[in-house]
Ligand binder design. Structure first.
Ligand code: AQP
Length: 329
């Protein structure tokens, strides 16, 4: 059976890009594959986190996974930090990746140029992501379009490792949505909606109430003419609104454009569709957060199941590289 793995950082409240570009895709993938979904808390510390915020956001994101429809019986839901394989394999892959290829990662260039503290972990982040995936022999990785370069690197590292040390890792492929794979910021439609960019009016968060969502959509940047058509190059703002409408209503951006003559009507329809999509997820998440013990129990169970898959794969990689395995395992 195909095995699917993906993860998300608890680095801020999830936004519409995370929900539509990633988790909605995971829910679809989980129906026909063995699947593992992970809160990648180790990734979030590439930037300093307040420990209390990190704990709270980790539970928030776990509840978000469930509220979006992931089923902990069918999928393995767990925390990256609770399964040692991720950290163990990351070092082996850091020594497989070259300095030059990590320097070429656009996410590193983008985030390191924001003038904040640049940790060594931000630089090696893609090797930890590769470890997340390769530790499970994952065949498929459903992610947003912004992760393409990291998936390509993961494939390159798996192929390089296999060529040097013998067949060890499954070479995974990325899975992307056809519409909604990259949701753009409503105020800056040339850049992706993001947890860490300071653009409160351009970012729709899961915690936003209905009125805030409608206000942000209505104030979204469009362009000078009034033509409603899907053309991301010439009309990035309008095209982003059409992508949102399509992703929330299960259609395509081109067909979503039909019937709209004015931006005002399009924005009203997008606001309604997004509100209807977000509202039940927000309220289910709030219910789930009332019982943190239940969430922690799901995570503990997930960690045991994930560890049972990943630990032998890491031992396999260590053995292939020439490390002496501890007697008895
Ligand atoms: N704007 C987006 N459109 C579609 N998909 C997106 N994803 C993120 N932004 C968009 C997808 O969500 C998953 C979460 O990945 P992550 O938590 O590792 O965060 P990220 O990709 O680095 O992006 P974020 O959520 O905006 O966080 P920051 O600001 O910290 O970078 C991935 O599958 C991603 O593709």
């Amino acid at each position: 059976m195909t095995r699917v793995f993906s993860g998300m950082q608890p680095s801020g409240d999830p936004h519409l890009g995370n929900l539509l570009g990633a988790i909605a895709l995971w829910v679809a993938e989980a129906t026909h594959a063995e699947s593992l979904f992970c809160v990648v808390d180790l990734h979030s510390i590439t930037f300093p986190q307040d420990p209390r915020d990190l704990r709270a956001r980790t539970l928030d994101l776990t509840a978000t996974f469930l509220a979006m429809g992931l089923d902990p019986e069918r999928s393995i839901l767990f925390l990256q930090s609770q399964v040692p394989a991720h950290r163990e394999l990351a070092w082996l892959l850091e020594c497989t990746a070259s300095y030059g290829e990590l320097q070429r990662m656009t996410q590193f260039k983008d985030k390191s140029s924001r003038g904040e503290f640049v940790s060594a972990g931000l630089f090696t982040y893609p090797t930890l992501m590769a470890a997340d995936i390769l530790a499970y022999d994952a065949d498929q990785v459903p992610v947003g379009d912004d992760q393409r370069q990291h998936i390509e690197l993961t494939r390159d590292l798996a192929l390089r490792f296999n060529a040097r040390y013998g067949e060890t890792f499954v070479v995974p492929t990325g899975v992307y949505r056809t519409s909604g794979a990259r949701i753009m910021d409503l105020q800056h439609p040339e850049r992706k909606m993001s947890k860490s960019l300071d653009s409160p009016q351009g970012t729709i968060l899961l915690s936003d109430d209905d009125a805030a969502i409608a206000r942000k959509v209505k104030r979204a940047v469009t362009d000078a003419d009034t033509d409603v058509r899907y053309d991301p190059e010439a009309k990035p703002g309008v095209s982003n609104l059409l992508s949102l409408l399509a992703a929330c209503t299960d259609s395509t951006p081109e067909s979503a454009a039909a019937g709209f003559e004015r931006y005002g009507d399009l924005k009203a329809a997008v606001a309604e569709a997004v509100v209807e999509f977000v509202r039940p997820v927000r309220s289910r998440r709030a219910e789930l957060l009332d019982d943190p013990t239940h969430l922690l129990t799901i995570l503990a169970d997930g960690a045991v199941r994930a560890d049972a898959i990943a630990a032998p794969i890491v031992r396999r990689a260590e053995d292939a590289m020439g490390f002496l395995l501890r007697r008895g395992i």
